[in-house]
Write a protein that binds this ligand. Sequence first.
Ligand code: F6P
Length: 460
Amino acid sequence: MMRQHMMQRILMVSNRLPVTVDTSHAPYTLNRSLGGLATSLGAVGQVYNTVWIGWAGNQKQLTEQQFIDLGLPSNLVPVNIPKYPFHHYYDRVANAVMWPTLHSMKPPIQTRASDWNAVRHVASLFADTIISRLERDDIIWIHDFHQILLTMALRARGVTNKVGFFLHTPFPSPAVFATITNHKQLLTSLTLADLVGFQTKRDETNFIAALKEANLKPSVHMQTGVFPIGIDFDLYANAHKQLSVQTHYEMLRNKFKEQYIVLSISRLDYTKGILKQLESFTKAVLEHNLHHITYRLIVAPSRESRIEYRRLERKIGRLVHTYNRRLERKATQAYISFEYRNHSLDEVSSWYRLADMLLITPSVDGMNLVVKEYIAAHPKPGTVVLSYTAGAAVQLEQAIQVDPHDTSSIADGIWRAYSISTLERKDRWQHMRKNVHAEDIFAWATSFVAALQDAESRHR
Ligand code: F6P
């Protein structure tokens, strides 16, 4: 158990709480939330006195008592978001416009005034909840793009506490960011924070350039910084000691006996490069005559209210079928095994342990924590094929880096990783593991909070 820092309380704010209440049918249940943000931020509560404010995934409004009855921990504060603003705020602005734009992709829709009114309405719900809990010395730490307007809402209500904002996604070039209808207001809101943090230098540079292009002078008091997020290293490194993980791992080992395992794990998302990955794996197998090899593709359902996500899932299913037929005709014992469902931490840890190679090829990614989890959890030296455009590639120079837009580059990376010498594999692995261990989630939180505490505030 880690000792808590004796310091100010932190109000952590994110769109999603680390737990999700499933209100689709009675009785309602409380489940673990998906995604790197929820998994990682949970660890921050081990070292700081935190209260976490966010949406609990409930599609229906719940009373405080209902949350208590479901066992919601007292340091998690749910924000009820009514159906009307929710659809505009989450489905349309956050997921159909902000998300693709931040990943330098074209949004499938254009926003209307009603969408932004809804975003402002949700920001005001969050601001009111924060204020209802706020004490004089609390610091407020806002996470991710959903709540970019929140700092403005807080300052408009006279909040003078220190506010830090951390963007978990990439920040695109100024020209791309400027395609968002409301981009100036979003940037202005960020300038009202005391510290704005990014995953990589590239993101920070793009943000500063965007302020300049929008003629918004970065305030002398607002600071920016680069804080690459990490994972709870020990949690993953020790997972294989759990009996439940051992049992599951043995079962998988028997099932996939004699097979070389290539693993890919992600949320369902078009930024994750899954379609190109499928093609590249097939290409590598056929060009290099690889046999006794299984590509295990684990995809967790996500944002299914958006049609482009539902379409993507169907397309992955069709392609898996097509490529498996091709492999069946031309290769020996080479398969793609696709599973579309949420996996528990135990299951994921067993897969990490079993996999000889991890294949992570997003078109662009804020960080990508799966790659760090694999490096912590796999007890022997393994290999990693990683897009050079993922934030994690900056720290993990020793991964086999590939161009996610080019199937030849990915296929070549798979072949290089497959045929790497034991010595080189060990050497690359040691460097990566050392880095993932040193720059873990606690180092990340400590450096962000220290920078926020040091930032000179003009709001008080
Ligand atoms: O930064 C990526 C992110 O948007 C996180 O905020 C979140 O944890 C994850 O993706 C999952 O997305 P959602 O909350 O929309 O299911």
